[in-house]
Design a protein around this ligand. Sequence first.
Ligand SMILES: NC(=O)c1ccc[n+]([C@@H]2O[C@H](COP(=O)([O-])OP(=O)(O)OC[C@H]3O[C@@H](n4cnc5c(N)ncnc54)[C@H](O)[C@@H]3O)[C@@H](O)[C@H]2O)c1
Length: 340
Amino acid sequence: MSLEGKEILVTGCAGFIGAALVIRLLNSNANVTGIDNINSYYSKKLKTARLEEIKEKTKQSKGKWNYFKVSLENKESFKKIYLNHNFDIVIHLAAQAGVRYSLINPDSYINSNLVGFGNVLEMCREKSIKNFIFASSSSVYGNDKRLPFSENLNVDHPISLYAATKKSNELLAHSYSHLYKIPTTGLRFFTVYGPWGRPDMAPMIFIKSILERKKIKIFNHGNMRRDFTYIDDVVEGIYRCCFKAAFCEENRSDFFSTAPYRIFNIGNGKPLKLMDFIRILETNLGLDSEKEYLGMQKGDVVETWADLEKIKDWIDYKPSTSIEEGLFNLVSWYKKFYLV
Ligand SMILES: NC(=O)c1ccc[n+]([C@@H]2O[C@H](COP(=O)([O-])OP(=O)(O)OC[C@H]3O[C@@H](n4cnc5c(N)ncnc54)[C@H](O)[C@@H]3O)[C@@H](O)[C@H]2O)c1
């Protein structure tokens, strides 16, 4: 399968998932346009280094790479870019991510995830985009106890502003898909980890603290489980969706929509206890951690577990990276990148 000659827009291209995806798309010879405002939520240096890595890893590509430093909520600047292009596929990953930060800086979520998202939808309408893929999140499931999380579950009870914006994205996208017949696929990612990961997420926070011989904070006294998903598996899932735009499916027993619109989980399908995750990390680092046990954090969920039946049926998605292999790769990258 190749995407040679396809014009693809990736928003959030300097982000963790975005940069890895751009490398994959360019190496499939697609012409890729990237947008990212390099916001200061976490290290700008890391984001800039990811942009350098894109160039480094795609030297053999026949595809063209174009990057624009623009905020999606800046409608005029964003419009100038998309009016000059005819994108076959739009992959919208840019967002203010993170559950905990949404308690501190709600404006950032409203601006990026709602105003920015609205502008992306407007582009899809104006340019009649034929395959729109956007990032949602497992956080929309909140504290639902019906595990594994299936896309059929009602997700009307977000427990953080971040989750509420992601659920809103799904609703807004559905209305555009229905009204303007925009083939739309929303992907609910489950705790993505791996090389070039986000420094605000637990895997990277733990590695940093353990290497610096600092205590690691363990919330809910360690009583948590996460469906950790390796970056390459996530990228593979998005990549496969490039070849299959959503289409109208009437008379489905599990989906009451006549729009060309689908929502899928992208996870690993094997939840892991937080304490097991830390143990594997310690083995990889060759160090034991000092632990500080704390209560539950506001907005956080106890457990996530992706039901992958639907995405498996749709694009034959099968995550293939074990947690041991994934953490080995993450630790190796971390030591090299941060010269530890
Ligand atoms: N990483 C995960 O575990 C995870 C889990 C669930 C969902 N997601 C979603 O997947 C997407 C990608 O996540 P990530 O982990 O790569 O996050 P990330 O923060 O590394 O990447 C997002 C990028 O978008 C950019 N950005 C943010 N707001 C912008 C705006 N208004 N205009 C232009 N650029 C903007 C940021 O500078 C950043 O580089 C996000 O939508 C996130 O909510 C991620």
